[in-house]
Design a protein around this ligand. Structure first.
Ligand SMILES: NC(=O)c1ccc[n+]([C@@H]2O[C@H](COP(=O)([O-])OP(=O)(O)OC[C@H]3O[C@@H](n4cnc5c(N)ncnc54)[C@H](OP(=O)(O)O)[C@@H]3O)[C@@H](O)[C@H]2O)c1
Length: 254
């Protein structure tokens, strides 16, 4: 039987690859055989991700990209294709949060969250999609969140941006199936990263974990299955799907 998850010969670009989940995703993609282009604004932090991929035996390059700027996105994807060939897989992972109650949220923070999490996903998908449409298709994996499907307090801009990513995923899937481009999303629940470790060891964080049916945080590697499924031929009949990986958080009792 052929290995449906094999990505040999494919070129995958991951945005937000300078830290957290994006840095993590680079390694399983490379282990599956993909050449990996790593995009974010901080070149020095991207260099560390390149080192991590190479240490795992993979091939990676860094491309500086600001997902909120069309010219930056276009230049970075062009540079990535110049060295690693046509783009087969895009992982739209770059994202920010600006926690604040809706009464206090500043317009600048609203704009930053929507520009990065929603407009950034669109600009990057559009640039990659135009190239994939011209070269025979590909797979786009957007990183949404369970907060795009349900809400909690203090995350109105983030939740709205991720709900936008969910609907954008479905819209692009509908429009681009004819071009051989599959567009799906992962909706992670709370996953432990360096950024949130402190919060989840606080009383408020522990209370949040008690509301997850599996009673624990996710680990980044527990997203790998969904990522590789959606990125590879194993998911060849999947498009427009939103795959929750959340320890059951979305089905927690009311
Ligand atoms: N961790 C969780 O529990 C969780 C749960 C659900 C969903 N998510 C989603 O998963 C994704 C990654 O989150 P994370 O927890 O790994 O966060 P993180 O560690 O803060 O990483 C965010 C990444 O996005 C990049 N980024 C931010 N603004 C950018 C811009 N304008 N252009 C290009 N890159 C930009 C950052 O790189 P630079 O600063 O170098 O540009 C960084 O690499 C986000 O979309 C987040 O919403 C996370």
């Amino acid at each position: 039987m052929t290995d449906l998850f094999n990505l040999d010969g494919r070129h995958a670009l991951v945005t937000g690859a300078s830290s957290g989940l994006g840095r993590h995703f680079a390694v399983p993609l490379a282990r599956a055989g993909a050449r990996v282009s790593l995009a974010a604004r901080r070149a020095d932090a991207l260099a560390d991700t390149v080192t991590a991929v190479e240490a795992a035996g993979g091939q990676a390059q860094a491309v500086v990209m600001d997902v909120t700027e069309r010219a930056s996105v276009a230049a970075a994807i062009a540079a990535a294709e110049e060295r690693f060939g046509r783009l087969d897989i895009l992982v739209n992972n770059a994202g920010i949060a600006a926690p604040a109650t809706a009464l206090d949220l500043t317009e600048a923070d609203w704009d930053a969250v929507i520009d990065t999490n929603l407009k950034g996903v669109f600009l990057t998908a559009q640039e990659a999609g135009r190239r994939m449409a011209a070269t025979g298709g590909g797979s786009i994996v957007n990183v949404a969140s369970i907060l795009g499907l349900r809400v909690t307090g203090g995350v109105s801009a983030y939740a709205a941006s991720k709900a936008g990513v969910v609907q954008l995923t479905k819209s692009l899937a509908l429009e681009w199936a004819r071009h051989g481009i599959r567009v799906n999303a992962i909706a992670p629940g709370y996953v432990e990263t360096e950024m949130n470790a402190e919060f989840f060891s606080s009383d408020a964080g522990k209370a949040m974990i008690r509301r997850v049916p599996q009673r624990r945080l996710g680990r980044a590697r527990e997203l790998d299955g969904a990522l590789l499924l959606l990125a590879s031929d194993a998911g060849s009949y999947m498009t427009g799907s939103i795959v929750a990986v959340d320890g059951g958080h979305l089905v927690s009792g009311l």
